[in-house]
Structures are given as C-alpha cells and as structure tokens.
Design a protein around this ligand. Sequence first.
Ligand SMILES: Nc1ncnc2c1ncn2[C@@H]1O[C@H](COP(=O)(O)OP(=O)(O)OP(=O)(O)O)[C@@H](O)[C@H]1O
Length: 260
Amino acid sequence: MSHAPPAEPARSVADIATGPIARARGLVKTYGSGDTAVKALDGIDVDFGRGELTAIMGPSGSGKSTLMHCMAGLDRPTAGAVEVDGVEVSRLSERRLTKLRRTRLGFVFQAYNLVPTLTAAENITLPLDIARQPIDRDFFDTVVDAVRLRDRLHHKPSELSGGQQQRVACARALMSRPAVVFADEPTGNLDSESSAEVLGFLRRSVDDFGQSVVMVTHEPTAASYAHRVLFLADGRLVGELVDPTPATVLEALGARHQDP
Ligand SMILES: Nc1ncnc2c1ncn2[C@@H]1O[C@H](COP(=O)(O)OP(=O)(O)OP(=O)(O)O)[C@@H](O)[C@H]1O
C-alpha cells in the first residue's frame, strides 16, 4: 500500500509564517520487517498550532513517542512528510538534522537529562554555548524568574529536587527561542505539586513568550494544560479535544476504552 502524501497546493511564505508550526502528512513508521514488523505510525495527518500547547495522549504502544520523535527529527519516518517551521525535516541530511535540533528545537525529557557536573545556570545555557550562539541575558533572566530558579542557579543537579531539575530542563529548552519545544512525559517522574509548576511554566511559555509546545503525556490533568489534545490509538489519530479540562480528557479516554 502506498503512503505518498496527498498532493497539496503550494503554500506562500506568508502561509508558512502564520500557519501551523509543524505538520505531518501521510506519516508512517514501521519498525523491523517481515513477520515481526510493527507499524508504530499508520498514516498520520496532523497540524500543530503555532503558539499553542498541544498534548498527545493514547494507550501504551499507540505511537505517541514515535510521532514526537519523527516530528523532532530524532527518528526517520518510513513514509510521509514532516515539516517544522517551514523546513521539511524528513528530507534533511543527518548533519542538517543535527543543526536543526540544536538551533530550532527544544527538548524536555522525563528523565531531565541534565549534565551532572554543570550548575543549573550552565545547564540552561549549554545548548547555546555548544552552538556558539550569544546568550540574551535579559531573556535568560526572564526565563529564570519564570521557572523560579533565581536562588538555585549555582547548584548542581544533584543538589536540586526533581521538580527543580525539570524546571532547569524547561528553561534550557526555551533559551534558544526554538520553533517548537518537544516534551516527552515531562511530569512522569514528578509529584503533583512539582508537576503543576512545570506544566504551569510550559503553558506560560506559550501564553507569555508565544512558544509552541508539543507534549506527550499519560495524565489527564497534564493534558488539561494544553490548548488541544490529540488522541492516538494503534498508530492512528482517532480524535482531538480543544480547550480540555481533566474531566473532558477522562471522558474522551473512557469513551474510547483505549486502555484496559
Ligand atoms: N525502536 C523500536 N524498535 C521496534 N519497535 C519499536 C521501537 N520503538 C517503538 N516500537 C514499537 O512501536 C509501537 C509504538 O511505540 P511508542 O513508543 O511510540 O508508543 P507510545 O504510545 O509512546 O508508548 P508508551 O506510552 O508506552 O511510551 C510499539 O508497539 C512499540 O513496541
């Protein structure tokens, strides 16, 4: 079966500047081959809103991480097209992909992924330092205050709580003003209070800085911070919810009987 993306009219520069920040067309990802092949994504067409927080939900194995990894250029699609901020990610060479990830994308992982030997401040500016880009000190101050880390800047990750470490990771993701921040279960390791702080910050980064954020989560409360929730099942997009609340997310999950 062919999964060539459907033909679409050419878009103008203005469309690219005001339309979705990221999109996928006919996205297929198959792991392995023959009898053991797993179709993790089975033909996904999706737009991610510019200046919006989009949550991706679905049962274990439904393809959430694979979708995010393909969108972020961490994994190559088997078929279909992925575009982020007007750049066709699926066609880039490894070298250009690495550059795109470094300069145009931000990442927040469940396990924080901070460098243990560096201070919070050094972790926050690390991607810019690696890319040899100047640090906008005013923006650094704004972000540090927004994540409430002013008095923890000189601490190493081992001297910070999980919630503080994740706020460092969020600040790090935002510092380069990336086109999109991709967050994979950002509150998976946090208690409810720390989760609320991290989610509140991610949402404020959208409302206050116009950041676009895509977040994978299992938690209805976390998803309720989003502008829009996408539901996946068996590698397909099976629904969405705009302006969610924890109750409407739970209801949508229940209606789909996604998890036994
Ligand atoms: N590297 C890989 N090799 C083989 N199969 C994989 C690989 N990565 C994912 N899969 C399979 O692809 C499917 C989708 O996996 P994915 O991790 O995207 O799901 P998920 O919705 O993020 O799940 P979870 O909520 O458990 O993290 C699953 O069946 C998984 O086993």
